[in-house]
Write a protein that binds this ligand. Structure first.
Ligand code: GFB
Length: 324
């Protein structure tokens, strides 16, 4: 196992390694595949139609047969605040099953290094801001996404347990709210950025006078473009080796109402922004401390406005087939 030196020199070489991106069709997995293309490694993937990662036997058989040396665990059932709150069984079961099968299968197959991805919703609803990694399990979770959070905490703990008991070099990273190419543009199940890009675009096209956002617009969130996230994750895979997970964020947050205005500007929607108070706000604030990642010398390349412009271009290409 590589030594625990966050912020230290390169420890794990990806060049010439066989690297499995689990969940390569998701937004983060696809960004990892794009980013890893420059690392000189062999990228391996498997489609859901060939192996259902929620099934232990086919998953372990595939891992044993493919023998990856490094694994990024980006396979997950994900969704926005409403999807999380309305499908608790799917979010808990699917995520527990996938992460258990992948992590245990990777251990049995002698994987050299594994990076498990979680989410900033693992932290307590009223965690101190910015949230340090040490805030984990210090008080109760946000109820709208506790099912997903419990599954992700279990995945993180599984990595710690294999590390402690077997010396496996398994680590975890907790990205903040992400957006970008490959996002889910469905209005019911998406996260806020994808939803507001679509709503602003459709309101502009129809010449509508208003764009309705869920909740009060007061909650604060931190956002990171998925390509910056993938870049950070590759850096972490190469240079981080410790039992504690590591936060991955931009270090800045804003109110959802201000995000909506920024998206309206980027998209060119000139109308009014209204609220739907029937919809949940979720956790009041979720800004993570990025001190550990900063100590490694990493910072995001894209500012929020540029990142949103890139995501709008992706929406036009992926959802409407148009170009900006
Ligand atoms: O991105 P989001 O769905 O997830 O919502 P969370 C963030 C905030 O944006 C909430 C508000 O306060 C929403 O009420 N919002 C405003 C909207 N308009 C909209 C809209 O049209 N669609 C959506 N989706 N939100 C998720 C968790 O929490 O974050 C997951 O449920 C995961 O488990 C993910 O951790 C990163 O930030 O509230």
């Amino acid at each position: 196992m590589t030594s625990a030196t966050p912020g230290g020199e390169a420890q794990y070489e990806l060049r010439s390694k066989r690297v499995w991106v689990a969940g390569h069709r998701g937004m983060v997995g696809a960004a990892l595949v794009r980013r890893l293309a420059t690392e000189g490694c062999e990228i391996v993937t498997v489609d859901r139609s060939a192996v259902d990662l929620r099934r232990q036997e086919p998953t372990e058989r595939w891992i044993a047969g493919t023998r990856p040396q490094a694994v990024f665990v980006a396979a997950a059932r994900v969704g926005g605040i409403l999807a999380n709150a309305s499908q608790p069984a799917d979010f808990l079961y699917d995520n527990l099953a996938m992460e258990t099968n992948i992590i245990h299968g990777a251990f049995k197959a002698g994987v050299e290094k594994l990076l498990f991805l979680g989410s900033s919703c693992i932290y307590p609803k009223h965690a101190p801001q910015p949230i340090p990694e040490s805030a984990l399990l210090t008080s109760v979770l946000e109820p709208t996404n506790e099912w997903y959070a419990v599954a992700k905490i279990a995945g993180l703990k599984l990595c710690q347990a294999y590390r402690r008991q077997h010396g496996a070099d398994f680590i975890s990273a907790m990205p903040t709210n992400l957006f970008g190419p490959g996002d889910n543009w469905d209005l019911e199940t998406s996260h806020v950025v994808a939803a507001l890009i679509r709503k602003a675009h459709e309101a502009k096209e129809k010449g509508a006078g208003e764009l309705v956002i869920w909740g009060s617009g007061k909650p604060r969130r931190e956002f990171l473009h998925v390509d910056d996230c993938a870049d950070a994750l590759v850096e972490i895979m190469k240079r981080y080796s410790a039992e504690e997970h590591i936060n991955v964020g931009s270090g800045e947050d804003l109110e959802i109402g201000d995000l909506a205005q920024l998206i309206a500007d980027v998209v060119g929607f000139k109308g009014r922004i209204a609220n739907d108070p029937e919809k949940p706000d979720g956790t009041p604030r979720k800004l993570m401390s990025g001190d550990k990642l900063k100590a490694m010398g990493w910072k995001p390349r894209l500012g929020l406005r540029d990142g949103l412009a890139n995501a709008y271009a992706a929406f036009l290409a992926e959802h409407t087939g148009a170009t900006p």
